[in-house]
Write a protein that binds this ligand. Structure first.
Ligand code: GDP
Ligand code: IMO
Ligand code: MG
Length: 420
């Protein structure tokens, strides 16, 4: 049986914390897409840790963590992260497994990402510069190197061949930065990776499922960053939605049961692209400050705004969301008034659907106003203690989306979560 947990907005919904919370109920936590562009924050013994490549179940000794074939893997980041979790007593060689079909991010992919962004000027995507786009291009372009290849004695030759191709592309961008230090680190990390558990991911996971084990597929990024259904071209390069679980792990669709969607009680976005409910005023500034909205991967300030039910409804539809976890509700504790976007006004008409190219249209959000709860909810442990104004806010969202909010997260800590 497979459940899925993924982001419903533009990423950073708090997926890492929620996966860590649910992990004890699962045998396997598996990443199915994305790469080190992800930054998933969790707290272990009160200490903050950000994971980029390793699944967020790694701190539970009896949980297997699988990096699936749909992921793009940066060996250097993985090695660093392996050492980071080791400091917490976690032995990655024991409960971390990597699919041999997982594509590798090469130093030249990072360079190409940077060169491509520079060439776009004001139209840049605002990528994390981790080489995600170029690595996925080499996958679909049928050029990329995979984790299984590093066990081949010709790995270096294969690398050099692809590197030469990349060099020609870098030359055409006029990119002249010296990346030899990155390459040195890369080969060290590749050597290290040979000591990890490299498996046939699809047999590995399906045998476990047949044996009755429970899998939680951990999404990265968010539904609105999906390469097909997000705000293209301001998206990432993978399928971040539930459909990506099948291709990213080798799991059949009929194995999937619950699709748990994670959404903030408001909304953020990092990088370029449309964001209809973005606030450019002091309210947005306050959300950023109270919510500590700075990127976990790049440290960039996140753009902040009110919750967007039009986009959330779309994400629920595309993913088949069966329950919602609402995070960062505590960030709204001291706001007297809250706004909820129920429609987009486009050319004077109210719409409840996501248009083809949001970025090319002038979208005015239509809001319904709610009273804030003006109560510190961070130490509330049961739903019957939640303030009435908060119940009104949550019920409205429930009714609009026709999907239950099953948990409310009221702080970054592992135990700060309330079953609704
Ligand atoms: P992810 O990429 O979806 O895993 O999310 P990030 O880790 O990038 O960003 C979420 C941030 O919010 C992290 O700093 C978390 O520690 C924090 N966080 C998660 N849930 C809550 C919550 O309910 N309340 C507050 N105040 N912070 C939270
Ligand atoms: P998690 O898993 C938020 C954004 C980047 C950029 C766009 C493309 O922590 O939620 P990319 O490097 O993927 O080519 O960048 O996507 N982005 C994220 N935003 N959270 C993430 O991951 C993101 N991963 C990529 O800012 O706008
Ligand atoms: Mg993040």
């Amino acid at each position: 049986m497979v459940d899925v947990l993924l982001g419903l907005q533009w990423g950073d919904e708090g997926k890492g914390k929620i996966v860590d919370y649910f992990a004890p109920h699962y045998d396997i936590i598996a990443r199915f897409q994305g790469g080190p562009n992800a930054g998933h924050t969790l707290y272990v013994n009160g200490e903050k840790i950000v994971l980029h490549q390793i699944p967020s179940g790694i701190f539970h000794a009896s949980t297997i963590n699988l990096i699936g074939n749909g992921v793009v893997l940066d060996a250097v980041t993985l090695k660093k992260e392996h050492d980071k979790v080791a400091a917490f007593g976690v032995d990655g060689r024991k409960n971390l497994f990597i699919s041999e079909r997982t594509h590798l991010i090469l130093p030249t992919h990072r360079a190409l990402d940077k060169a491509s962004e520079l060439s776009k000027g004001n139209d840049k995507i605002g990528s994390t510069l981790k080489g995600i786009g170029p690595a996925y291009m080499d996958k679909t372009g049928r050029n990329g190197l995979r984790v299984g290849d590093l066990l081949d004695k010709n790995f270096t030759t294969q690398y050099i061949k692809l590197r030469m191709k990349h060099q020609r592309m870098l030359d055409s961008f006029g990119f002249t930065e010296d990346i030899s230090a990155w390459e040195e680190e890369f080969f060290e990390a590749i050597d290290f990776m040979r000591s990890l558990n490299i498996v046939n991911g699809e047999y590995f996971i399906n045998e476990k499922i047949r044996a009755g084990k429970k899998v939680l597929a951990e999404g990265a990024q968010g539904s609105m960053l999906d390469v097909d259904f997000g705000t293209f071209p301001f998206v990432t390069s993978s399928n971040t939605i539930s459909a990506g679980v099948c291709t990213g792990l080798g799991i059949a669709p009929n194995r999937i049961k619950e699709v748990i969607g994670v959404s903030k009680a408001y909304c953020t976005r990092v990088g370029s692209g449309p964001f209809p409910t973005e606030l450019h005023d002091e309210v947005g500034e306050r959300l950023r400050k109270i919510g500590n909205e700075f990127g976990a991967t790049t440290g960039r300030p996140r753009r902040c705004g009110w919750i967007d039910l039009v986009a959330l409804d779309f994400a629920c539809m595309i993913n088949g969301v069966t329950q919602i976890v609402m995070t960062k509700a505590d960030v709204l504790d001291a706001f007297e008034e809250l706004q909820v976007c129920t429609h987009y006004r486009i050319d004077g008409k109210e719409e409840r659907s996501i248009p083809y190219q949001m970025g090319k249209l002038t979208i005015e959000p239509v809001y319904q106003q709610f009273s804030g709860w003006m109560t510190d909810i961070t130490s509330i442990a049961s739903s019957d203690k939640l303030p009435a104004a908060m119940n009104t806010y949550m019920h409205f969202i429930n009714d609009y989306l026709k999907v239950p909010v099953s948990y409310i997260s009221n702080g970054p800590g592992r135990d700060q979560i309330i079953k609704a």
